[in-house]
Design a protein around this ligand. Sequence first.
Ligand code: TYM
Length: 330
Amino acid sequence: MKRMVSGIKPTGGLTLGNYIGAIKNFIDFQDEYELFVFIADLHALTTKQDRLELRKRIKDITALYIACGLDPEKTTIYIQSEIAAHSQLSYLLECHTYMGELNRMTQYKDKTGKNMTESITSSLFTYPVLMAADIILYDADFVPVGDDQKQHVELTRNIAQRFNQRHGDFFIVPEPVIPKQGARIMDLQNPLKKMSKSDDSDKGSILLLDDLNRIRNKIKSSMTDSDSEVRFDQENKPGISNLMTIYSTLASITYKEIQDKYIDKGYGVFKSDLAEIVVDAIRPIQERYNEIVKSKELDDILDAGRDKASKIAYKKIMKANNKLGLGRKR
Ligand code: TYM
């Protein structure tokens, strides 16, 4: 069975973008692949975090993974920081990564802007190397992610290849798996910007734990262009095209079918229907989340996940140390 690894960073409430671009696909893949899914809490520290808030988010993501349909019998679910080998391997990989490569990462450039200020942490710069470690530590064949993480997986491939060239075949060179549709769900108020996690649940992002009426309102008040034709045209009609993508992925129907269904009906009817489709997808997730978020079951799942993942990770990091001549000969 081929292996897949992916993770989500607990920096805010999970969004519909995280669900459509990542989690929904994990669920589809878990029967076919050996799936490892973690909570990337170390990655959250690249920006300032409140410790209690962070703890809560780690639990929330775990509960949401299960509530969305990840089955702990099939999928190994764990917390990144509970497995020391992630950080250890990250350092070894930093010794095989060039500053120029990290400088080219668009996410880093977007986050720092043009001005390099004192307050930008060096971990924000080296973050993609930790991500590479998360992946190749487990000899993953595939990495299911949304579009914004593609460049990081490509860097991971380069680092793995470089290590293999220098030291002989050691890491599997992983491939990104990007969904054909829904790989970049856009902000509802600014369809030129990616929908992203936020603490204050702003109007452009739908959070999986938002109140259902708030979700309806966010969809109904989303930004669309001034004509009223429901037609997919990413370039000229980015707002409606984004909503059509959400509709299409959640209701499993094509753009053409949506277009035909709403011919002459206008945006109002379309948005009302979409609001119900989104609410119908999220309601059962929230119900299940509420049942399990405080249960002991979550800790049991995380313990089992940590035990399984750490065995694999420990073996690999020991071999990597050995390969590089670190420590004593074993
Ligand atoms: P993160 O936490 O920002 O996002 C988690 C996953 O959700 C996808 N995603 C989206 N997909 C579609 N539309 C959107 N608007 C949207 N926003 C986010 C992301 O592409 C991602 O798949 N660095 C990663 C976490 C990570 C990781 C890893 C992933 C750390 N180590 C190893 C894979 C493998 C991140 O910050 O994702």
